[in-house]
Design a binder for this molecule. Structure first.
Ligand code: SMG
Ligand code: MG
Length: 446
């Protein structure tokens, strides 16, 4: 071990009132009065913002689920590549096809016999939205999760979560499997999928909005929005980026008046751009979604205090812990819940429960899902705290041909019917899955 360097200042805790430091070894600035309990010692430069203390809500508990013993007999993983009807552009890039994974579980129930279950891994091909990609999910699932499933019995989603809690992160990968498990449970029990999600039986239809990508010109934007409004969508969300925010919003307000309108920045701004975002305050937006860096709940809290428009968090809420921190800090007034982003249906429900208890409205986000993910999102949206229209558009918003039949359809009143039959409520068409599959692997009980 190296000998201590005698020229170094003494290490270790500084006694209260001792103001010696490497810069001021004599402590000539004089003694410092003891810190107030609960405060952090350290000089804050004048003008440093502070946040008022707020109560810390307890962690929501995992919802109870009826035991339904399902023994996994086989697993299939499909990597799909599906062309989009039109390119979709956000502040971080443009895509013209969707690459996602579908998980198919085969399971056996003591009374119901063999059942299948489908789930979707919503990660993108590139790490623009989050660090997870189709490729990382393929790796984590095929190396660590799926080979361990055949032969195992799960009675509840909680047992599945406990078994794979050791896998850190990778929420989208894990969510795809939990979705498939919920689908299989609902088929084994003979109940609609929304019941597995703990939904409200009174919600027979869910109101939905549409997400509009960045358009080449304002005329294109106006024409696109007009088309979606004509089809009944209940709210319009447009993607923004620095320099493309006030103008498109002003143009939409001038043309369409008081429509339910919001914007999504996908983390493209910093607090230094606050004035641009303040300029949106006069346009009566429902919310500004994820304006700042995904890991910066503090700056979101400071920004929210400068805006009248509610801030909505998307990328920042990757788990229930972040949701709880955001509530305490006041980092936003609305949360977008994506079951993929937060680790699965159970985690989505826990965030919903937490927000509901604390008066934070939530809505269901989208990741350009195929019909499999869409069916799960419809079921999730039946929970009572989903009080704002989500991004679950009809299948034809992105695809000429979906992998499910019938496709998800949005009625002229901007709502989607909640299926009442067991399972997804839509048939997954094997030939279509095959048509778009570029990679496939399967595991069976030996
Ligand atoms: O499913 O209609 C959809 C997409 C909605 O805008 C949407 N999603 O940040 O909320 C979001 C984006 C993330 C996906 S962009 C590839
Ligand atoms: Mg978003």
């Amino acid at each position: 071990m190296a000998a201590p360097n005698e020229s170094m200042p003494p290490q270790g805790p500084v006694p209260p009132g001792d103001r010696r430091s490497p810069e001021d070894p004599a402590g000539s600035a004089g003694p410092v009065p003891p810190a107030e309990p609960g405060t952090v010692r350290g000089a804050a430069p004048a003008g440093t913002p502070t946040l008022e203390p707020r109560p810390i809500p307890p962690m929501p508990v995992e919802p109870a689920a009826e035991p339904v013993p399902l023994t996994i007999t086989g697993v299939q993983l499909f990597w799909l590549r599906m062309p989009l009807v039109a390119p979709f552009e956000t502040s971080y890039g443009r895509v013209d096809r969707r690459e996602c994974l579908l998980v198919r579980l085969e399971a056996r129930h003591p009374e119901a016999g063999p059942v299948e279950g489908w789930g979707e891994v919503v990660a993108d091909a590139d790490p623009g939205y989050s660090y997870e990609t189709t490729g990382t999910a393929w790796h984590v699932l095929s190396e660590f999760v799926l080979p361990a499933l055949p032969g195992r019995t799960f009675e509840t989603p909680g047992q599945w979560r406990a078994a794979f809690e050791w896998v850190r992160g990778h929420p989208m990968a894990k969510a795809g499997v939990e979705m498939a498990l919920l689908d299989a449970r609902s088929r084994a029990r003979g109940v609609p999928l929304w019941q597995e999600y703990g939904g409200d039986p009174g919600r027979r239809r869910i109101p939905v909005g549409v997400s509009v990508g960045i358009q080449p010109t304002l005329d294109d934007l106006l024409a696109t929005v007009e088309r979606w409004l004509e089809r009944g969508y209940r709210r319009i969300k447009i993607k923004i980026k620095p320099g493309y925010e006030v103008e498109p919003v002003r143009a939409l307000r001038e043309r369409f008046g008081d429509i339910p309108l919001m914007v999504d920045a996908n983390a493209a701004y910093t607090l230094a751009d606050a004035e641009r975002l303040e300029a949106l305050d006069g346009y009566g937006l429902m919310m500004i979604e994820q304006p700042l860096h995904e890991d910066d709940l503090l700056d979101h809290a400071l920004l929210q205090r400068r805006l009248r428009t509610p801030v909505c968090l998307d990328e920042s809420v990757r788990h229930v812990h972040a949701a709880r921190e955001a509530l305490v800090l006041g980092s936003g007034r609305i949360i977008n819940i994506k079951q993929g982003r937060v680790g699965g249906p159970t985690d989505a429900r826990m965030i919903h429960d937490l927000c509901r208890r604390h008066g934070i409205p939530v809505w269901c986000g989208g990741m350009l899902e195929t019909g499999v993910g869409r069916a799960h999102n419809i079921a999730l949206t039946t929970l009572p705290g989903f009080t704002l229209p989500g991004d679950t558009s009809g299948s034809n918003r992105y695809y000429h041909e979906d992998v499910i039949d019938p496709p998800v359809r949005v009625g002229p009143d901007g709502t989607i019917e909640v299926p009442q039959e067991p399972g997804l409520g839509f048939r997954v068409v094997p030939e279509r899955v095959e048509r778009y599959t570029v990679r496939h692997r399967s595991w069976r009980a030996s």
